[in-house]
Design a protein around this ligand. Structure first.
Ligand code: ADP
Ligand code: 5GP
Length: 204
């Protein structure tokens, strides 16, 4: 017995969202990653249709106006959005869809999807966060500063989330996320026919 739901993961740039998400998805076949659309440039090693759907602003805006996005936001210096169709199909198929999105996007989801689960990934400290952003070597000095200063603003939103997870080690962070997901799968509110299923009146 399982039900699909949206799993929102936010946290400051460099907290390790990409790293822990990848591990979580590799280990759990009922969790799928929602590939976002973005106007930002591709980083070395990133692939279109794998990490993001990279597109110019005109294409992005046309899709936004056509209602193809579940949520969208301006983050740092670019636009990001969650394509709606994929997410809705997967949830209907009973899958857990992981949305790695910023706090503005998470608030839009919270308003519209009552059954979504909200997790906030924290770095062990701000010093370690800076070290991780710099260590990734994917942004310019200016972009690093922007991401680091935005991190303080993003932390103000942690109280809007259901759970926090500290990414000290990737292993522990993934175990904590799995524990949360496991509990969420057993929420009575997600199921209408628990009794009927047990007594054999419904195959749900
Ligand atoms: P985000 O997606 O939140 O911006 P990334 O997953 O890109 O963050 O991680 C930022 C950097 O920190 C990467 O270089 C990654 O390898 C590193 N990192 C992630 N998690 C950890 C961790 N638990 N310990 C040490 N380094 C980590
Ligand atoms: P990055 O450019 O480092 O991959 O991501 C920058 C920020 O954009 C991160 O906080 C990430 O969570 C956020 N982000 C990525 N995809 C989406 C999305 O589809 N919607 C929103 N609102 N934010 C996103």
């Amino acid at each position: 017995m399982s039900r699909g739901f949206l799993l929102v993961l936010s946290g400051p740039s460099g907290a390790g969202k990409g790293t822990v998400s990848k591990e979580l998805i590799q280990r759990n076949e009922d969790i799928v990653f929602s590939i976002s659309a973005t106007t930002r440039d591709k980083r070395p090693g990133e692939q279109d249709g794998v990490n993001y759907y990279f597109m110019d602003e005109e294409t992005f805006d046309a899709k936004a106006n056509a209602g193809e996005f579940l949520e969208y936001a301006h983050v740092h210096n670019d636009k990001y959005a969650t394509p709606k169709e994929f997410v809705m199909n997967k949830v209907a198929e009973g899958e857990i869809v992981l949305l790695e999105i910023d706090v503005q996007g998470a608030l839009q989801i919270k308003k519209n999807y009552k059954n979504a689960v909200f997790m906030f990934l924290l770095p062990p400290s701000m010093t370690e966060l800076k070290r991780r952003i710099e260590g990734r070597q994917t942004e310019t000095e200016e972009e690093i500063e922007l991401r680091y200063s935005n991190a303080f603003k993003e932390l103000d939103f942690v109280n809007e989330y259901d759970y926090f997870v500290v990414n000290d080690t990737v292993e522990q962070a993934v175990l904590d996320m799995e524990a949360i997901i496991r509990a969420e799968k057993h929420r009575v509110k997600r199921f209408k026919y628990i009794k009927e299923r047990v007594i054999g009146e419904k195959n749900v």
